[in-house]
Write a protein that binds this ligand. Structure first.
Ligand code: APR
Length: 179
């Protein structure tokens, strides 16, 4: 599914983020940037050991929740990996919505700072961190839409949803947004 916002494209696909041919892919990391399972494990496996080595050297203190830091893509097709730290879902009363939005916003800023024309996101926080997929879709798509309409870059923002349920949730929100 593809929607145009001004001169920029916002795209939804179902698949594996490690295989995307884009300038930057986003990792759903933890605040220690210590690696883990889910999309984090898949990205580190596909990028090779240089990703962890560079991450440890450049960001020894990790990254606060709601923010993101950049590293190089190693063996990936993407030039960069942006480690984004989403919130753990605690019922929605601990600032989770703003923290998730700011993690997405920071990645889009990093894309501009690193001259990336294209960026791919997973559904941050919706796996082991337990964030409800419908709410995550609303927050992440509204941040992307607003950023593209105001900053007019990057040219392509792609959300890569791992399963059909997540894709359906994102598609419903994006359809309503494009009306
Ligand atoms: N490509 C795209 N999406 C994927 C992939 C993949 N290869 N693998 C998993 N996903 C999806 C999951 O289905 C989920 O919707 O990524 C989303 C985020 O899930 P998690 O990877 O569990 O991330 P998150 O909920 O943000 O939890 C982060 O998990 O692995 C640890 O180190 C990580 O501690 C951190 C925590």
């Amino acid at each position: 599914m593809l929607v145009q916002f001004g001169t920029c494209r916002l795209e939804l696909v179902q698949g594996d983020i490690t295989r995307q041919e884009v300038d930057a892919i986003v990792n759903a990391a933890n605040s220690r940037l210590a690696g883990g399972g889910g999309v984090d494990g898949a990205i580190h496996r596909a990028a090779g050991p240089t990703l962890m080595a560079e991450t440890r050297t450049q960001h020894p203190d990790g990254c606060p929740t709601g923010s993101a830091v950049a590293a190089s893509g190693g063996l990936l097709r993407a030039k960069f990996v942006f480690h984004a730290v989403g919130p753990i879902w605690r019922g929605g009363v601990s600032g989770e919505v703003e923290l998730l939005k700011s993690a997405y916003r920071r990645c889009l800023e990093l894309a501009v700072e690193h001259s990336c024309h294209s960026i791919a996101f997973p559904a941050i926080s919706t796996g082991v961190y337990g964030y409800p997929i419908d709410l995550a879709a609303e927050s992440s798509l509204s941040v992307a839409r607003e950023f593209l309409l105001t900053k007019k870059q990057p040219n392509l923002v792609r959300f890569v949803l791992f399963d059909g349920g997540a894709f359906g949730a994102y598609a419903r929100v994006l359809e309503a947004m494009a009306d």
